[in-house]
Design a protein around this ligand. Structure first.
Ligand SMILES: NC(=O)c1ccc[n+]([C@@H]2O[C@H](COP(=O)([O-])OP(=O)(O)OC[C@H]3O[C@@H](n4cnc5c(N)ncnc54)[C@H](OP(=O)(O)O)[C@@H]3O)[C@@H](O)[C@H]2O)c1
Length: 230
């Protein structure tokens, strides 16, 4: 049987790199993507050293042209993909909401919201039926528990959750599921050294939905196998 093909953004480090590793170990064909080619090639090298063979494609999710070129490249190379993981993200906040600089919100939305939106708009035509789109959200985007903490990041992830709902509804007829994921508080450059999970655990929810997610679960928000309220 042909291998399933996954594309992961921001996969040169952190949860994205670990997700690539775990999917390769499960015999997926994986496009590791990175905005920086040198950092991406270093990550490819690390995986090759442990006997894995990722493909590489450059994507800066804030650059529409790079997204279009990656789509063209992937379509020419393999035709269609099965899983898109919108993993790339940034957290820039240093203030509360009352003194949040508008340019911090603007830059954050470009990476964490417009990036996944452009990725979905470009790639859905080359996602196979029964395909999956996984948006790396955060518990900080949950309205129910939201406080005045990391406002630009939190607002961007709430908006990303709305994008999950919108695109899940729009892609239902294409038989493509869309999920939001909270990976946990994970020890990465973003999560910091005090976080309570290692990356192996942090990749769990994305890998579970990539491999076992169903259409019944589309438009939902998960932490591990638990459905979260918005
Ligand atoms: N760690 C946590 O505790 C935690 C909790 C909840 C949610 N999340 C979410 O999980 C995802 C992965 O987080 P992480 O902890 O692995 O973060 P990380 O270690 O900081 O990695 C983030 C990745 O995103 C990439 N990236 C940033 N802007 C990009 C752009 N414009 N285009 C393409 N790639 C870009 C980074 O590339 P560079 O190396 O070039 O900067 C890096 O590869 C994020 O969406 C994050 O919001 C993380």
């Amino acid at each position: 049987m042909n291998k399933k093909i996954a594309l992961i953004t921001g996969a040169n480090k952190g949860i994205g790199l670990e997700t690539a590793k775990q999917l390769l170990e499960l015999n997926y064909d994986v496009y590791l993507s990175s905005r920086d080619i040198a950092k991406g090639m270093e990550a490819v090298d690390k995986l090759q050293q442990i006997g894995l063979s990722p493909r590489f494609v450059q994507i800066d999710v804030t650059n529409h042209e790079s997204i279009k070129q990656a789509k063209q490249h992937i379509e020419q190379e393999v035709g269609k993909i099965d899983v898109l993981i919108n993993n790339a993200g940034i957290m820039l906040d240093k203030t509360g909401v009352l003194d949040m600089p508008i340019d911090v919100l603007d830059t954050t939305l470009k990476a964490n919201l417009y990036g996944p939106l452009m990725m979905i708009q470009e790639f859905y035509p080359i996602i196979n039926p029964n395909g999956k789109i996984i948006n790396l959200s955060s518990i900080l985007g949950q309205l129910k528990s939201m406080k005045n903490y990391s406002p630009a990041y939190s607002i961007s992830k709430t908006a990303l959750n709305a994008l999950t709902r919108q695109t899940a509804a729009a892609l239902y007829k294409h038989n493509i599921a869309v999920y939001s994921v909270h990976p946990g508080w994970v020890r990465t450059d973003m999560g910091g050294k005090d976080a309570d999970m290692d990356v192996q655990d942090g990749a769990y929810t994305s890998v579970w939905l990539a491999t076992e997610g169903t259409m019944e679960q589309t438009g939902k928000y998960f932490y591990r196998k638990n459905e979260l309220t918005w």
